[in-house]
Design a protein around this ligand. Structure first.
Ligand SMILES: *Cc1c(COP(=O)(O)O)cnc(C)c1O
Length: 379
């Protein structure tokens, strides 16, 4: 009889994931998980320490000493919740959130569940956050101590104007939290220059790892002042950080060992690719090939090019008769998995351009879509 090990060869994926996390990873990232890695020893802790250091270097390259990184079990939302629930003081804090999509709404929901006072400034999902209107909201409420925004709103793929918003926040002297979940690693930014206090992302987005943990890069002085704030035991970001700082990067509770190994490999591959700038180039090329081809196939992009991120693109349905379910199923058979829409105002679907995906993959996708479209029109 064959042993279980013999059967467990790494198989190639049956399709490309064009979803913004989980996404298509390289074979070498998947292979990093093919051992039963232990979780508590010196070697593992050194690996975690190195990952934390590299994350800080990516997020704040010009002032790495002033920043620190903490990893947290769970999907990205767990890290957002850990951050909101830990950095706002138990008394006297108020969070303002600029919202132009579902992930901004999620931060509002988290704060409400945790009983944290919130002010919400809403914008149309199809337009970026307006820094001036956001500043007016900040000025009109002196109780506000913290501000949160989503950098790339994955709902539409819009890239919010981070430098302009950062200027507003700097003038008002509030703590600045950025959900950079879907942009970090794929869009260049510098926390130090932007005055960001907390930046949140996760293992399965632009670093191109597999799902299993999130991470927060924090200004060291800011997180050091958050002891005892948390509204949760397991999502206490301060406690998790403090344990990592004091015990050679040890996690509290079981860590996703295999995911961490895969992430280490993914970070090496980011460096080999030429860093964030090179990755942003590739994602942008993917996005260009995709939108040009889709336009030709009769699918206009939802957003004007100037607001569009290189991460994910939302497309309008070409007609009222369009069935996304049928379209999705045909493309899956051809080896491409897309993402349904999340917009509330009109029907859309989305295609991610991140992960181990090349412009040639996008060209293949577009060719298949044109084929499907012409067969639909003939009927
Ligand atoms: C993916 C994502 C999250 C986290 O989602 P999870 O499903 O919890 O990983 C949060 N914010 C944004 C902008 C995202 O793209």
């Amino acid at each position: 009889m064959k042993s279980l090990q013999e059967n467990a060869a790494v198989t190639e994926n049956p399709y490309l994931l064009l979803t913004p996390g989980p996404l298509t990873t390289t074979r070498s990232v998947k292979e990093a998980m093919m051992k039963d890695w232990c979780t508590w020893d010196e070697e593992y802790n050194r690996l975690v320490a190195s990952i934390r250091k590299r994350l800080v270097q990516l997020a704040a390259p010009t002032a790495a000493d002033a920043y620190t990184a903490v990893l947290m079990q769970g999907s990205g939302t767990f890290s957002v919740e850990a951050t909101i629930g830990t950095v706002l003081p138990k008394q006297g804090g108020k969070l303002v959130i600029a919202v132009n999509g579902a992930y901004g709404e999620r931060i509002v929901q988290i704060a409400k569940v945790l009983g944290i006072p919130v002010a919400v400034v809403r914008f149309d999902e199809r337009s970026p956050i307006d820094p001036e209107l956001f500043e007016q909201a900040l000025m009109s409420d002196p109780l506000i101590t913290h501000a949160a925004i989503v950098h790339c709103e994955t709902t539409t793929g819009i890239l919010n104007p981070l430098p302009e918003i950062a200027e507003v926040i700097k003038r008002r002297n509030v703590t600045f939290i950025v959900d950079a979940m879907s942009s970090f690693g794929g869009v260049e930014l510098n926390m130090h220059e932007l005055g960001i206090d907390y930046l949140i992302s996760s293992s399965n987005k632009c670093i191109q790892g597999v799902p299993g943990f999130g991470f927060v890069v924090a200004r060291r002085e800011a997180i050091a002042a958050c002891k005892g704030h948390a509204r949760s035991l397991s999502l206490d970001l301060y406690d998790q950080w403090d344990m990592m700082e004091r015990s050679n990067s040890k996690w509290r509770y079981t860590s996703p060992t295999h995911v961490v190994r895969a992430f280490d490999q993914a970070l090496k591959e980011l460096e080999l690719e030429g860093g964030i700038a090179a990755r942003q180039e590739r994602y942008s090329s993917n996005q260009r090939v995709l939108t040009q081809g889709m336009e030709e196939a009769g699918f206009p992009a939802l957003l004007p090019l100037e607001w569009q991120s290189p991460i994910i693109t939302a497309f309008r349905y070409p007609s009222a008769e369009f069935s996304f379910e049928t379209f999705y199923a045909s493309l899956k058979k051809e080896g491409f998995v897309l993402y349904p829409g999340k917009l509330t105002s009109e029907p859309t679907f989305r295609i991610g351009s991140i992960g181990d995906v090349q412009p040639s993959d996008m060209a293949r996708l577009v060719a298949v879509i044109k084929n499907i479209q012409s067969s639909v029109h003939k009927e």
